[in-house]
Design a protein around this ligand. Structure first.
Ligand SMILES: [Zn+2]
Ligand SMILES: [Zn+2]
Length: 281
């Protein structure tokens, strides 16, 4: 199968602490992180992996909450939304048939209401974080889910794949795309594997935040990233176990599979100009 994959940045985030996050600049200088989403052209329509922020987040930033707005300082640029970029590529919003979400945090699911026709795929443990809970945990925004999305909730049974368990497949038209449980950062966080003759990609969402986590070692990860992922995680043991598995998989499969996460600017810049992000030094 050969899919055409577009790499989209669907929100620029500007948290403080450039020196801690990138090792450059000062401690109070703001740095740049991105929301790396994928748009996949298939024979039966478009598939979006994560949405970043949506148009309603840009128009009503207060709905994302004071903590997110102050800490992460999103750029709030309507031209970065998935909807704007997809239309700029010449597609209509109705062309997006499936949205696969790594998880439901504010910076990943904000754009689902821009695509009311799409089926929204999420792992059950993650879906459970937003249903029946009167007060959502930090990181989730109820307003992003109030338009009655067409949920496709995937339970925790499935196949083994490259050392991971309970891997799920989707509808026949996209059945070779895989939903890979990578719990830890959030309760039901997953990665998404997209096989392709040209460029197989494993989108790891927020399972890691800096490429050194899987391509080098934990000690090569900037301190600010280590502190941040600890602050926002759901399950430390699961997060670390999955980072170890991803490191093993990277070492085994780096010649066949491109590894990306959601917020690493260098990975996005490599992908945007057709270079392999596994080769970042
Ligand atoms: Zn997250
Ligand atoms: Zn995130």
């Amino acid at each position: 199968m050969s899919y055409k994959i577009h790499h989209l940045n669907c929100a620029t985030l500007c948290p403080m602490g450039s020196k801690l996050i990138n090792g450059v600049g000062s401690y109070i200088e703001r740095t740049k992180m991105i929301c790396h989403c994928l748009l996949i052209e298939t024979n039966s329509g478009l598939v979006l992996i994560d949405t970043g922020l949506g148009t309603q987040d840009i128009l009503q930033p207060k709905r994302m909450g004071l903590f997110f707005n102050l800490m992460v300082r999103p750029k709030l640029d309507i031209e970065e939304t998935a909807l704007y970029q997809i239309q700029k590529l010449g597609f209509k919003k109705e062309d997006v048939k499936h949205i696969i979400l790594t998880h439901l945090h504010v910076d990943h699911a904000g754009g689902i209401s821009d695509f009311p026709h799409a089926k929204i795929h999420v792992y059950k443990k993650e879906y459970n974080q937003i249903v029946g809970n009167k007060s959502l945990k930090l990181g989730y925004v109820a307003a992003q889910f109030q338009h009655n999305p067409h949920w496709r909730v995937h339970n925790s049974t499935g196949e083994k794949w490259n050392g991971f368990n309970c891997v799920k497949t989707f509808e026949p038209e996209i059945q070779d795309i895989l939903l890979v449980p990578l719990h830890g950062h959030s309760a039901g966080h997953t990665g998404v594997y997209i096989p392709s003759n040209n460029e197989s990609v494993f989108h790891c969402g927020d399972a890691y935040f800096h490429h050194n986590t899987i391509s080098k070692s934990y000690k090569d990860v900037p301190l600010g990233i280590k502190v941040f992922q600890k602050l926002v995680e759901y399950d430390t043991t699961a997060r670390i176990r999955n980072q170890i598995r991803l490191t093993e998989l990277f070492n085994k499969q780096k010649s066949n599979m491109r590894f990306i996460c959601s917020h690493d600017l260098s990975e996005f810049e490599y992908c945007s100009c057709g270079k392999n992000p596994n080769n970042i030094v």
